[in-house]
Write a protein that binds this ligand. Structure first.
Ligand code: SF4
Length: 165
């Protein structure tokens, strides 16, 4: 995993932490916060929709992976790019189930947010909240910063995951 941790840091991330499957915390209230109170849930379903997965299925899938990288950065676009880059590296190394979890910000301007079709739907990965992951707890238990911000001027701590084996 060291190679993928270095790759993430070389791309400009602040931290890349290695988690075991039990160190990813789930809470059904994350799904509640996803379905209501978020942005336009139904119109942005390519980014946000659960695609028919139940939370139990999401938990079971994540628990099958023994090596889970938690990627931490302050730039949403950079973080999305890093998640896909690390996923690709792991896949090419033979980890054929390598898979990213991250609210999609691959494009600097999201076409879906502008009401247009997504030009690269193959790049979209599931949003952690839609899968029921409690990112606050997962990051904090690993000693990484994650708090409710009081204004948009504060430094944002953003997280993504790459599930490897
Ligand atoms: S338009 Fe770009 S940022 Fe928006 S969902 Fe598609 S790939 Fe992601």
């Amino acid at each position: 995993m060291d190679r993928y941790i270095s790759q993430g840091k070389q791309m400009g991330l602040s931290n890349v932490a290695l988690l075991g499957p039990e160190q990813v915390f789930f809470d059904p209230r994350a799904v509640l916060k996803c379905r209501w109170g978020c942005e336009d849930y139904f119109n942005r379903s390519i980014k946000c929709g659960p695609r028919g997965l139940s939370q139990d299925e999401c938990i079971e899938m994540v628990r099958r992976y023994q090596n889970i990288l938690l990627l931490h950065g302050h730039d949403a676009h950079l973080l999305s790019k890093a998640v896909l880059a690390v996923e690709r590296s792991a896949f090419l190394d033979g980890h054929y189930f390598a898979f990213g979890i991250r609210y999609c910000k691959i494009c600097k301007v999201c076409a879906v947010d502008q009401g247009q079709p997504c030009p690269q739907p193959d790049k979209v990965r599931p949003c952690d909240q839609a899968m029921g992951i409690d990112v606050y707890r997962t990051a904090r238990e690993k000693g990484l910063p994650c708090q409710v911000l009081q204004s948009k001027d504060e430094v944002q701590n953003r997280y993504g995951f790459v599930l490897i084996d």
